[in-house]
Design a protein around this ligand. Structure first.
Ligand code: SF4
Length: 230
């Protein structure tokens, strides 16, 4: 048991804050830990806010192809996504703050996915689950398949695999939780959804004669330029 003499003095050197776990106020994590051992729990509004949000993520209840079966498996008793507070799959985008794009995004489906994203309130997050959602996967060369949902909406977490197992989805979810915990509510590093210049809605592409129009959102995605050999 520590005594009061072990409490930090004001002149003590402060260690660097641990990434993702900002210090409350101007106290370092080590100082807070010392106070906690004395029965004093200190936190900041920002940390409390992020802790609550990161442990109550509500995913949108929709799936696009085989990866959705793995997403469903993650909600079963064996994998138990409820351990992370994300078991409440909402059937309405108005009540969801996480879109898990699980499966092949066909060009016919892409405008509907963007519309669902636009209908979700901020703050909202996107996980691209599986090779198809990331890049088109095994159907990349198909004329009818979108080569990555990040051409139209911003993706926070990419989970590779064909399909990724439920454990991979849970890992992606915990990565997203870390990202949310590290968000700032004010200052130069303010979170994306709190900056007015960042849009919460994105243009919905139209069905063109041969492709989606536009084929991608230029504000989000620029195709790599491949120099032609002479
Ligand atoms: S990545 Fe593989 S498992 Fe997932 S939707 Fe595509 S083909 Fe199906």
């Amino acid at each position: 048991m520590s005594d009061a003499s072990s409490l930090p003095s004001s002149g003590a050197a402060r260690p660097e804050p641990v990434a993702g776990f900002p210090a409350a106020g101007n106290l370092s994590d080590a100082e807070r830990e010392d106070l906690r051992r004395h029965g004093i729990l200190l936190t900041s509004l920002e940390e409390l806010y992020n802790w609550g949000r990161s442990n109550s993520i509500w995913p949108l209840q929709f799936g696009l192809a085989c990866c959705a079966i793995e997403m469903i498996a993650a909600a079963t008793a064996r994998f138990d996504i409820a351990r992370f507070g994300a078991e409440i799959f909402r059937p309405s985008p108005r009540q969801a703050d996480l879109m898990i794009v699980s499966g092949t995004v066909t060009k016919k489906m892409a405008p509907l996915v963007v519309r669902l994203w636009n209908q979700m309130p901020e703050p909202k997050y996107c996980i691209a689950m599986g090779a198809c959602a990331i890049s088109g996967g095994p159907f990349k060369q198909g004329y009818n398949v979108l080569k990555g949902i990040d051409r139209f909406i911003p993706v926070d977490i990419y989970i590779p695999g064909c399909p990724p197992r439920p454990e991979a989805l849970l890992h992606g979810l915990t990565q997203l939780q870390e990202k949310i915990k590290a968000e700032r509510l004010a200052g130069p590093d303010t979170a994306r959804h709190l900056r007015p210049e960042n849009p919460g809605e994105f243009p919905i592409p139209d069905y063109g004669a041969h492709d989606l129009q536009p084929p991608n959102n230029p504000a989000l995605f620029s195709p790599p330029s491949l120099p032609r050999k002479p």
